[in-house]
Ligand binder design. Structure first.
Ligand SMILES: Cc1cc2nc3c(=O)[nH]c(=O)nc-3n(C[C@H](O)[C@H](O)[C@H](O)COP(=O)(O)OP(=O)(O)OC[C@H]3O[C@@H](n4cnc5c(N)ncnc54)[C@H](O)[C@@H]3O)c2cc1C
Length: 514
């Protein structure tokens, strides 16, 4: 039996797509000259390992194009055979959507589309979707001292990140990564290549900036850039609080970020809480972030919050690096990620990742986009934290960013101008439940779902208000309609109408696409 047929018989027993379809797609990709891997071929198993080891799926094949015509041909092969297609850029999807989110899809892996080229006259950057945030940051800085605002983890791929948001240590000041996007080259479901921008295919451009995975495969982005911020203050203030202190601390924080009278937080402040379990009824609340400006200005800007938190009390936390540290742009990105300014040996980490970079973890994440919680919402959150957190069936940590709100730049772009639906939400919550290695117990999923439900029950009341969720922290426990309603809120119906026009047969599909 030929190697191909052995692979075919192995594959047929593990997947729902018919053996005929499998044979045909592999043949079509081969005829089109597209580098590929398929079940049974040497590197396939390694290439399809997802970031989240909790969610493994077996694609029908994986295309590894090196040119745009190959991307177009791969889409045509799949569309002709009724196979669903998923682009993979950095592969950091929490729900393994870039390997389909279910078995039997064609993955178009864009790892070879990783250029970053800065036009020094216009300061416009051309960036491939497979480029990783750290590589892009270094390239922009080295090519012309330029920068963009984006997420903190340097290994995240530009493709998925920008098409659904892009939130991090500069976004309160400079905007989401998707607000830097000027245009995108995209391969559509019929294999055609079009440009989407504010003047060309503008409806598609609107849809791409928030829900891009549903509409095609972006092969190239053009971004505006800003001068790299010269002075960046990274700061860390750890608090060990019991339940009553946490409640008081949260109220002080809400007053600072979105005070009902007047918020105090300035635009230059990019700030978040990291919350982890500590011991004996205490939780660690680590206040951290980046301020774009001088240390003197930072100290003035943070003072009202620190003063209010001082009154809350709590235990002394022994964390190296407490306080502010002034850094240049690239160092601020590096240390924002590894948080260890005081490791004399160095951590060995760099911003740039190699071509075949991989990272793995075993987790379940939920997200929430909220304004200031109501007093009973704070109670629900803090009660849940202190009553269930210490005995949770899995490990966990939460990260709560200030993203929108009256002093942030994000809501200064009208909500209707992109499909990203959360501009006015003050906070972005990422709630992560994790274990060291698979299997992940179902009790861990129930625990986190119950945790979020406790907040939603209070904040949404009888349904008069609907809180959003963030697709870049995809939650695979949500069904398609629930996910669409939460990720895209008021923009969901318009996205569905565009999907019908651009991809009527849902060639681009995962369990949560529009
Ligand atoms: C360690 C870590 C840290 C993170 N930190 C942050 C953070 O600070 N801020 C933040 O906002 N997010 C953060 N994220 C979330 C991250 O932004 C998302 O997971 C993002 O979607 C990853 O993009 P990717 O290209 O790496 O992922 P992929 O898995 O390749 O893609 C994610 C989704 O986008 C689609 N997609 C990918 N490329 C394309 C393309 N070219 N055209 C059309 N659709 C495409 C995929 O099909 C999939 O649905 C983090 C994730 C991880 C794992």
């Amino acid at each position: 039996m030929s190697k191909f047929l052995i692979a075919l018989s192995l594959f047929a027993s593990t997947i729902t797509a018919s053996p005929q379809t499998y044979t045909k797609i592999v043949q079509c990709l081969t005829t089109s000259g597209i580098p590929q891997a398929y079940p049974g071929s040497p590197s396939f198993t390694e290439l399809i390992i997802p970031l989240n080891l909790r969610l493994n799926y077996t694609p029908i094949a994986l295309a590894l194009p090196t040119t745009v015509p190959q991307v177009q041909a791969a889409v045509k092969c799949a569309a002709k055979l009724g196979v669903k297609v998923n682009p993979r850029s950095g592969g950091h999807s929490y729900a393994s959507h870039s390997i389909g989110g279910e078995d039997g899809h064609l993955v178009v892996d864009l790892r070879y589309f990783r250029e970053t080229a800065l036009d020094k006259k216009t300061n416009v950057a051309t960036v491939g979707p497979g480029a990783r945030l750290g590589n892009v940051a270094v390239a922009l800085f080295e090519q012309g001292g330029r920068a963009m605002a984006h997420g903190v983890c340097p290994g995240v791929g530009v493709g998925g990140h920008v098409l659904h948001g892009g939130q991090g240590y500069s976004t309160h000041t400079h905007g989401l990564l998707l607000d830097f996007l000027l245009s995108a080259e995209i391969v559509l479901a019929d294999g055609s290549l079009v440009t989407a921008s504010s003047t060309q295919n503008s409806e598609l451009f609107w849809a791409l900036r928030g829900a891009g995975m549903s509409f095609g495969i972006v092969t190239s982005f053009k971004f505006r850039t800003i001068a790299a911020p010269p002075e960046n203050i990274l700061f860390y203030y750890p608090y060990l609080w019991n339940q009553a202190q946490a409640r008081a601390g949260w109220e002080a924080w809400q007053e600072y970020c979105g005070g009902f009278t007047e918020p105090v937080i300035p635009r230059e402040m990019n700030i978040r809480w990291v919350v982890v379990n500590y011991a004996s009824g205490y939780m660690m609340f680590l206040l951290e972030g980046a301020y774009h400006g001088s240390q003197a200005d930072f100290l003035v800007a943070i003072a009202p919050l620190l003063k209010a938190l001082e009154k809350v009390g709590g235990l002394q936390a022994d964390v190296r690096g407490t306080g502010p540290h002034s850094l240049g742009w690239l160092d601020s990105l590096l240390y924002a990620n590894n948080n260890d300014l005081f490791n004399e040996q160095g951590t060995g980490e760099t911003l740039e990742s190699p071509l075949n970079y991989t990272a793995h973890s075993t987790f379940f994440t939920k997200s929430l986009m909220t304004d200031n919680l109501s007093p009973s919402g704070i109670d629900a959150f803090i009660n849940q934290l202190y009553t269930t957190g210490p005995t949770s069936p899995v490990g966990w940590y939460f990260i709560i960013y200030t993203q929108g709100g009256p002093t942030s730049i994000i809501p200064s772009t009208p909500s209707s101008s992109t499909s990203y639906a959360h501009r006015t939400s003050l906070y972005e919550w990422q709630l992560v439940a994790l274990v060291a290695a698979p299997p992940f117990p179902s009790a861990g999923i129930d625990w986190l779902n119950d945790f979020v439900a406790a907040i939603l029950d209070v904040e949404e009341g009888a349904g008069e208000k609907k809180l959003g969720m963030y697709y870049n922290y995809a939650d695979p426990s949500l069904g398609r309609v629930e996910a669409g309603g939460r990720y895209w809120l008021q923009n969901y119906p318009r996205l569905k109408a565009i999907k019908k026009k651009v991809d009527p047969k849902s060639v681009f599909m995962n369990p949560q696409t529009v």
